[in-house]
Design a protein around this ligand. Structure first.
Ligand code: FE
Ligand code: CA
Length: 518
């Protein structure tokens, strides 16, 4: 029986060819008997299209015991219905949960109707999962009137409870956009609750980390509620990593192995397509454009994997720090890239193709400039876009030269709400606003920069609002006429029953760039 350590029946096992490409033929357990619920990590739906989505689960009857399941594939059945009671089944199938991918299940579903609600669940042996809710998107470029999305980022498990997701589910978004730091590789503060891994380096350690995060009931409920669209930031691998280098001194080849392990653990725990799995060169392709009818085109950018190393490193710190750009000239090198050649070429073509009512750059940092000095000079945090001004400028030039209207940037990383008007020239208040930006605060990860950052604001007139004193997320209500962003907060993430409030609401009118108090 599966569920107690190394005890399992083999009578139901049979030999079969591997059903997943590139995996060798393997032994398959067709009808396992589980002692513990194998669906403890929940279910999820991701990357919706107009005719499908990816369904995810992972068999983990004992999530913290890597030996809990035998090294064999396990057959898993899935079904999709149009009703919550799962009576009107429209699609069903069988797939294999492979031991090489921690018995995770990814079903790339297509052939469904656009703009519809669906429900799904998994079966294996004697176990049945909870029912999740999925939605297909309207057909690209077909009329779509409105959508509500929630934007999350930065959820250190040990720093608090994920109660923000409870409020998010109550607000009933059509999808949740997660902009990275879904897990943290290391413990950064006095823990409110503990993870079993102090510092993740190996695949086994990253798996344990993801498993403990997925046990949070509010996070599970948010995954079951609606599809997610996800882009990683740095902490899924290591703080402030850039391409082949992390903050702390490590040989680049060793770091790349760590990165590949971390990417695999992400794939194993998220509703992602197979392209998100690292290829033979260790690269995983997460950047993509998604169209919500003709209402919003969402372009997700990977700002970590392909970027140049962080500028002006010290011998012991390869991560970000605030430098004066007049002293650290490496920052302003015109050749420095954030997107890398392939992603940049792809972005230049795809971002301008078939503009929607709203053209959204979903990136994981803050695209607005942020001069972090009070005494002259120009202070940038080298891990941020500020450390790559030439790469940032290329994005602004594209929006300006191709006249991409109604461009919205959504970001995270900085554990603060920042609302900004990104102008062609930030130093000139009469210069055209190219992008309206909303950066969301963290789900739990702390920030203690209120006084420090507030002191920089007089030098940064492009920033219209800043507050880092509360944890929370953003809720965006999008119609053809108005993009409305509501900043939602949780009063205390150190308790399970935090209370929710609206901190502020902002709006951008169609055809009129720039944020207004809403
Ligand atoms: Fe973070
Ligand atoms: Ca980050």
């Amino acid at each position: 029986m599966i569920g107690s350590r190394r005890q399992f029946l083999q009578n139901a096992a049979l030999w079969a060819a591997g059903a997943v490409a590139a995996l060798a033929p393997c032994r398959v357990i067709a009808a396992p008997t589980f002692l513990n619920d194998p669906f403890q990590l929940g279910v999820a739906c991701g990357d919706p299209t107009s005719d499908g989505f990816v369904l995810w689960t992972r068999l983990a009857p004992d999530p913290f015991d890597p030996m809990a399941l035998p090294p064999e594939a396990i057959a898993v059945n899935w079904e999709i219905a149009t009703d919550r009671a799962m009576k009107k089944i429209v699609l069903r199938g069988q797939t294999l949960a492979h031991p090489e991918f921690a018995h995770s299940v990814h079903v790339d579903v297509n052939g469904l109707a656009p703009g519809r609600e669906y429900f799904y669940r998994f079966h294996t042996g004697n176990a049945v999962s909870r029912i999740g809710r999925a939605l297909t998107w309207p057909t690209p470029r077909a009329p779509a009137d409105q959508v509500r999305l929630a934007v999350a980022s930065c959820q250190a498990y040990d720093e608090g409870y994920f109660s923000a997701y409870r409020d998010m589910v109550a607000q009933d978004p059509a999808f949740i956009l997660h902009l990275g730091d879904y897990v943290y590789e290391t413990t950064r503060a006095v823990p409110v609750r503990r993870t079993p891994v102090a510092d993740a380096y190996t695949l086994e350690e990253y798996r344990l980390l993801h498993a403990v995060y997925k046990t949070d009931p509010d996070l599970q409920a948010a995954h079951a509620h609606c599809p997610w669209v996800y882009m990683w930031d740095d902490h899924e691998v290591a703080n402030d990593y850039a391409k082949d280098q992390a903050e702390k001194t490590q040989d680049p080849a060793t770091f790349v192995k760590r990165r590949i392990a971390a990417y695999q653990a992400v794939y194993e725990h998220m509703p992602l397509r197979i392209s998100a799995r690292a290829d033979a060169n260790g690269r995983a392709y997460m950047f993509q454009r998604m169209d919500y009818g003709d209402l919003a085109a969402l372009t997700l950018l990977d700002l970590r994997q392909f970027r140049d190393r962080i500028a002006c490193q010290t011998e012991i710190n390869h991560g970000g720090r605030v430098v004066d750009t007049t002293k650290c000239t490496e920052v302003t090198d015109a050749k420095r890239t954030v997107l890398g050649d392939t992603q940049e070429r792809w972005f230049n073509t795809n971002f301008i193709k078939n503009p929607a009512a709203w053209n959204v750059i979903a990136q994981t940092l803050m695209l607005s400039e942020f001069d972090q000095t009070t005494d002259g000079g120009y202070g940038v945090f080298t891990d941020s876009w500020g450390g790559y001004p030439a790469a940032r400028r290329k994005i602004l030039n594209l929006v300006r030269d191709k006249k991409v209207a109604n461009t919205i940037s959504l970001g995270g990383d900085i554990h603060s709400f920042f609302v900004s008007n990104i102008r062609d020239n930030d130093k000139d208040e009469r210069s055209n606003i190219l992008i309206s930006e909303f950066v969301g605060t963290s789900i739990t990860s702390e920030s203690t920069n209120f006084d420090l950052y507030s002191g920089f604001l007089p030098n940064n007139p492009q920033i219209k609002f800043f507050d880092d004193r509360k944890r929370g997320y953003m809720l965006c209500d999008v119609t053809r006429a108005v993009w409305k962003t509501t900043l939602r907060t949780v009063d205390d993430v150190r308790v399970r029953d935090g209370r929710f409030a609206t901190l502020k609401t902002f709006a951008v009118e169609n055809g009129k760039s720039g944020v207004q108090a809403g």
